[in-house]
Design a binder for this molecule. Structure first.
Ligand code: 7TS
Length: 413
C-alpha cells in the first residue's frame, strides 16, 4: 500500500537543474526564489516548447489547411485535452482558454452574471479573496443592484463556516470562493461550501489560481460549476489560463467577446455563434503560450503532484518552525489546513523594508497587500512579507531566508 510516508521523495537537485533561472545570481548571491505564489519559474521543457513552436510551426490555428496550420492546431488542441485530464473535466469542450484566472472570473461575471443576477439578488464571496475575485462581482452588483455578501475570516485565517451557512439564502445566486488563499495559505473546505450552496440552488465558482499547482483537482468530485486557473502559477507561461464550466451552464450563457472564431455564420442581419468551447474564444488566441502550457502540466504530472506536495509541506513546516523563533515575528494565517506559503510581519519593521533588504542578499519574497486589501484591513496590518514555495525550493534556501531576516531585525528593528 502506498501511504504518504512511503511516497518516494524527489531528487530536488535534479529538478533544480531543469530551471535555467535558478542558476543565476542576484546582487552577487545565488538566487533564492520564494515568490512562487505570484508566478512560478519555468522549466526548460516549457521554454523549449515556446521556441519549438515559433521556430518550427508558427501558424494561425483552426482556419488553415496547410501543414503548419495543422500542426499548430493539433498542438493547441492537445493542451485542451491535457487540461481536461489535469482537472478531470468530463469533456474537452468544457475547457475555455482565457488570459488567466482574472479573465475567467470576469467572463463568468459578465456572461452568466449579467444573464442570471437581478435586482436584490445576492452574491457571496469571502473576506480572503484576491481583488480579481472581488471587483468583477462588485461591478456586477453595481450594474444589477445586487448585494455582495462576505464570509468573515476567523483570527486563525480560516473561513467562518457558520457565518457562511447563515449568509446563504434563496436569494443567493452565486458563491465565488478562493480554494487556497494567496495571502494566508489557507485551504478552504470548498466541497462543503459547494454542497451547501447547491442545497440553496446557488452555483459556485472556485478560484483555483493557487490550488491548481499544489492540490489534486477533480472538478467532477468537487461538483463546482466554474473553476478558474492560470498557467503561470503551474510552471507554465504567462498570458494563458482556463475557465472550466458545467456544460449546461456554458451552453446557456451569452457570449463574452465578439469576433472571429466564436461565430458560426455572420451576416449584417445577425450572427449565429460557434459551439463550445470556441463560443468563448474570440480572435486569434495565445497559441504559443497555450502550446507550452501543455509542457508545464506534463512536467507537474510526471514529477507527481503528491510528491511535490510532500516536499512543499516539509518546507512549510520547517519555515514555520524557524520563523516562529525569531523575535517579534508574527505569522498571519495559522489555519489547520494550510499549504505552500507563509505570511508574516515583524514588530517595528515595515514589510517593504524587509523585502528590500532580502533582495540585497538575492532572496526574492513578496511584500505588501498581495491584492487582498480587505484581508489586510481585517488583520489591521498594511501588508505582510510572504515567502511562497515551489518544488525546487530547499531547506538551505529557507536557512538563507532566516539568516536574512535575522540581519533585518538587527539592522532595522
Ligand atoms: N486569485 C488568486 C487566489 C491569486 O493568487 C491570483 C494571483 C489571482 C486570482 C489572479 O491571477 P492572474 O493570473 O489572473 O493574475 N495572485 C498573485 C499573487 O499572490 N501575487 O501576484 C499575483
Amino acid at each position: 500500500m502506498i501511504t504518504e510516508t512511503t511516497i518516494p521523495s524527489l531528487d530536488i537537485a535534479a529538478i533544480r537543474r531543469q530551471f535555467p533561472v535558478l542558476q543565476r545570481e542576484v546582487k552577487g548571491h545565488p538566487l533564492v526564489y520564494l515568490d512562487n505564489a505570484a508566478t512560478s519559474q519555468k522549466p526548460k521543457v516549457v521554454i523549449d516548447a515556446l521556441v519549438d513552436y515559433y521556430s518550427g510551426y508558427n501558424a494561425n490555428i483552426h482556419r488553415g489547411i496547410h501543414t503548419l496550420a495543422e500542426e499548430a492546431t493539433a498542438a493547441f488542441e492537445a493542451t485542451r485535452d491535457t487540461v481536461a485530464r489535469f482537472i478531470n473535466a468530463a469533456s474537452r469542450e468544457q475547457i475555455i482558454f482565457t488570459r488567466g484566472t482574472t479573465e475567467s472570473i470576469n467572463l463568468v461575471a459578465q456572461t452568466w452574471g449579467r444573464q442570471q443576477v437581478n435586482k436584490g439578488d445576492e452574491i457571496i464571496i469571502s473576506g480572503m479573496e484576491h481583488h480579481s475575485n472581488i471587483v468583477p462581482w462588485q461591478l456586477l452588483c453595481l450594474e444589477k443592484e445586487a448585494v455582495l455578501k462576505v464570509i468573515p475570516v476567523l483570527d486563525n485565517g480560516e473561513l467562518d463556516m457558520d457565518a457562511y451557512k447563515a449568509l446563504l439564502s434563496p436569494r443567493t445566486k452565486i458563491v465565488s470562493i478562493v480554494h487556497v488563499s494567496n495571502a494566508l495559505g489557507t485551504v478552504n473546505p470548498v466541497k462543503e461550501i459547494i454542497d451547501a450552496a447547491h442545497r440553496q440552488g446557488a452555483v459556485v465558482m472556485i478560484d483555483g489560481a493557487q490550488s491548481s499547482v499544489h492540490l489534486d483537482i477533480d472538478v467532477q468530485v468537487l461538483d463546482c460549476d466554474f473553476f478558474a486557473m492560470s498557467a503561470h502559477k503551474v510552471y507554465g507561461p504567462t498570458g494563458i489560463g482556463v475557465l472550466y464550466g458545467k456544460k449546461e451552464l456554458l451552453d446557456a450563457m451569452p457570449v463574452f467577446q465578439g469576433g472571429g472564431e466564436m461565430i458560426k455564420e455572420v451576416s449584417f442581419e445577425g450572427t449565429t455563434f460557434n459551439e463550445l468551447p470556441y463560443k468563448y474564444e474570440a480572435g486569434t488566441p495565445n497559441i504559443a503560450d497555450t502550446v507550452a502550457f501543455k509542457a508545464a502540466l506534463d512536467f507537474v504530472t510526471e514529477t507527481g503532484k503528491d510528491r511535490m506536495r510532500q516536499h512543499e509541506d516539509q518546507l512549510l513546516a520547517y519555515a514555520t518552525d524557524k520563523l516562529q523563533q525569531l523575535p517579534g515575528l508574527r505569522i498571519i494565517g495559522q489555519a489547520a489546513e494550510k499549504i505552500s506559503l507563509v505570511s508574516f510581519i515583524i514588530d517595528g519593521i515595515h514589510p517593504q523594508d524587509i523585502g528590500i533588504l532580502l533582495d540585497t542578499q538575492g532572496i526574492a519574497v513578496r511584500t505588501g497587500h498581495h491584492c487582498a486589501q480587505p484581508l489586510m484591513h481585517r488583520f489591521g496590518i498594511p501588508g505582510t512579507v510572504r515567502a511562497s514555495f515551489a518544488v525546487y525550493n530547499t531547506m538551505e534556501e529557507l536557512d538563507r531566508l532566516i539568516a536574512g531576516l535575522q540581519r533585518a531585525i538587527k539592522l532595522l528593528a
